[in-house]
Design a protein around this ligand. Structure first.
Ligand code: HEC
Ligand code: HEC
Ligand code: HEC
Ligand code: HEC
Ligand code: HEC
Length: 486
């Protein structure tokens, strides 16, 4: 008996060895020499030329600096929601894995080795500045064809802040303009870079893959590339690096902005982060910065409100009102709606139908007192799962989506709501809202509770507790339908 048991065990062990040998020839092969910061796919052409903090660039480029200051890119590293998640990841899987996060949220701090984990204490202005001037304008190329997924992912770009020459160190800034003698005011040389006029500049960071499984957790670039805007050459820059008017023109008419219309706002949908940053600027006694961030808040709410539309129509069956159809259109997002962190963001329908006396006949999607969504709310987002097929939310665990229900660019989704039978001659008034927030209340509370010890939410943001997250009504529509359609 014992012998048979041992044989069985040996067979199992041999089987496991074979399985792991087969596993060694991984589908997503990683060249560790080529990618020394793996799982971040950054590359750095190292020289004595150092990265320059944004304040220095701002001295000669004050407009770009003022637009970028307080932007989501500026806040990418100090963002308390990011730091909370990073800290959780650091504790769960360690820095060998969370280096991946830092590669996109503060690339310079990763290649120089300055960032060693969560927290902000003792870091240089360059590391703290997140996605700053000298990240984008040091990009000299991309390695999108050599990555494990053979697509842009996880920071797959090359940073060359400068070169060593016989004269010493020369800083190189890559940008859209043709280079000329003296461009750069003696501080830097200019390099004309066609890449900066392409979405591929943004792609390296706006395609987030699981650190090992290379599952696309955030796929904004590919959603865009496989949609109608890419086909008409309307780029990320044409909607996110312009004022609201120019964005509307890019989206409506699919014509590109004029040369002089580009701005350094990088404005998207994250009004919550602006809300926090504005509170921090006010608390730090900088009303000018607070006012500039308030404008960014308004711009992101405006973008969200412009993104979608709702259409309500009645469905009659045997001459009786049976259902109401709510069609949700992605009017102006160049990618799916919502995009990026779709397994955390929430976009949902709240629908309330009333009878002639104002009595509620049907309702769905109204937040509870605790700020949670009720069951069976129609949401447009995704749900992540780990290798065990169970629900998961953390990016180091999620290796697939159990549900992915976002709306493609210029596309729509239909939702049908059943209506209780109405008596003849009666009518029904229906109100539908498309609502958005950055995260479920509980998730936001958990992340902010997990910030590293050197981020004091009360001292920096004046937060004693996490208030109910603000919700933006992207679209509100009403309609009235008769019981028999007459
Ligand atoms: C390939 C680049 C990239 C990598 C790698 C990456 N992120 Fe991000 N992260 C982004 C981008 C881009 C966004 C913005 C998406 C959006 O606004 O929906 C983002 C947003 C976030 C947010 C939301 C912030 C907010 O204010 O709502 C959190 C939290 C976050 N990332 C945590 C992480 C963690 C933790 C890791 C590592 C496990 C990680 N990220 C790895 C690019 C990256
Ligand atoms: C996320 C990447 C990114 C960041 C961060 C960034 N830039 Fe740019 N920058 C661009 C792109 C893309 C263009 C080209 C815009 C166009 O004309 O299409 C550009 C253009 C420029 C130009 C050329 C003139 C103009 O405005 O078009 C200057 C100068 C410049 N940036 C300076 C800065 C400074 C200073 C900062 C920091 C305060 C900064 N950039 C941060 C991507 C970036
Ligand atoms: C001493 C002043 C000075 C400083 C400091 C400076 N620049 Fe410039 N930069 C210039 C001048 C002058 C030009 C010429 C074009 C113009 O006037 O915008 C220029 C042009 C540029 C361009 C356009 C180049 C092209 O080929 O498209 C970019 C991008 C740029 N700078 C980025 C930066 C960044 C990033 C920093 C900080 C690391 C920086 N600059 C610091 C003076 C400066
Ligand atoms: C036609 C205009 C348009 C183009 C092109 C476009 N976007 Fe957007 N983007 C929007 C609008 C509108 C929103 C706000 C609605 C939403 O969240 O999707 C948005 C939102 C975002 C967000 C925030 C998502 C969230 O909910 O947190 C990110 C990140 C983003 N875009 C990145 C990109 C990148 C990267 C590209 C290019 C690959 C791009 N966008 C191309 C219009 C555009
Ligand atoms: C070095 C990596 C990197 C590059 C390059 C980059 N981004 Fe980002 N971007 C990020 C990260 C990280 C965030 C999210 C920060 C956060 O939420 O904490 C972000 C956020 C954004 C947002 C705000 C999303 C929101 O929810 O409001 C927009 C819009 C955006 N990026 C557009 C662009 C565009 C356009 C380009 C190219 C010109 C670009 N990005 C290039 C890393 C990058």
């Amino acid at each position: 008996m014992q012998l048979r048991g041992r044989l069985w065990l040996a067979a199992v062990l041999a089987g496991m060895a074979m399985a792991s040998a087969a596993g060694a020839a991984s589908y997503f092969e990683v060249d560790r020499e080529f990618y020394p910061y793996y799982p971040s796919l950054l590359k750095w052409e190292k020289s004595k030329a150092e990265f320059t903090p944004p304040e220095t660039c701002g001295g000669c480029h004050p407009e770009q600096y003022a637009q970028w200051q307080g932007s989501v890119h500026h806040l990418a590293f100090q963002d308390p929601v990011y730091q909370g998640e990073l800290n959780k990841g650091f504790k769960a899987v360690g820095h060998e894995v969370t280096r991946q996060c830092e590669g996109c949220h503060s690339a310079a701090g990763v290649v120089t080795g300055e960032i060693k984990g969560p927290g902000i204490t003792g870091l240089s202005p360059m590391a703290l500045a997140g996605v700053s001037c000298d990240i984008c304008h040091s990009v000299s190329g991309v390695t999108h064809w050599q990555t494990p997924s053979r697509e842009p992912e996880n920071g797959s770009m090359i940073l060359t802040p400068g070169v060593e020459t016989e004269q010493g160190v020369t800083l190189l800034k890559h940008g859209p303009l043709p280079s000329y003698e003296g461009c750069g005011g003696g501080f830097h040389d200019c390099v004309e870079s066609p890449l900066h006029l392409r979405a591929e500049l943004c792609a390296s960071c706006h395609q987030v893959y699981h650190y090992e499984a290379h599952f696309p957790l955030e796929a904004t670039y590919l959603e865009w590339k496989h949609g109608p805007y890419a086909q008409r050459s309307i780029l990320c820059q044409d909607c996110h690096m312009v004022d609201t008017d120019a964005f509307l023109r890019s989206a409506n008419d699919m014509v590109r902005p004029q040369k002089g219309e580009y701005r350094h706002y990088f404005n998207g949908a994250n009004y919550l982060l602006y809300y926090l940053a504005q509170a921090a600027a006010t608390k730090a006694g900088d009303p000018e910065l607070a006012a500039s961030i308030e404008k960014k808040y308004t711009m992101s709410v405006d973008r969200l409100k412009a993104a979608a539309d709702l259409e309500l129509s009645p469905v009659y069956r045997d001459g009786r009102l049976a259902e109401v159809l709510v069609r949700v259109r992605n009017l102006r997002a160049g990618h799916n709606l919502p995009t990026s962190l779709t397994n955390v963001r929430q976009m949902w329908l709240e629908v309330v139908a009333r009878g002639d006396q104002g009595e509620v006949l049907m309702s769905s999607g109204t937040l509870t007192d605790k700020g949670e969504l009720p069951e069976h709310t129609r949401e447009f987002n995704s749900e992540g799962m780990g290798d065990n097929f169970h629900f998961a939310i953390d990016p180091w665990v999620v290796t697939a989506f159990s549900r992915h229900d976002t709306i493609p660019p210029r596309g729509y989704k239909d939702v049908f709501y059943g209506i209780p039978p109405l008596a003849k001659g009666k009518s029904l008034t229906i109100e539908a809202k498309l609502r958005y927030r950055q995260a479920p209340q509980g998730v936001a509370e958990a992340l902010l509770a997990a910030v590293p010890a050197d981020i004091n939410l009360e001292a920096i943001y004046g937060l004693k507790e996490v208030p109910q997250l603000p919700v933006v009504d992207m679209v509100v529509k009403q309609a009235k339908f008769g019981a028999t359609g007459k």
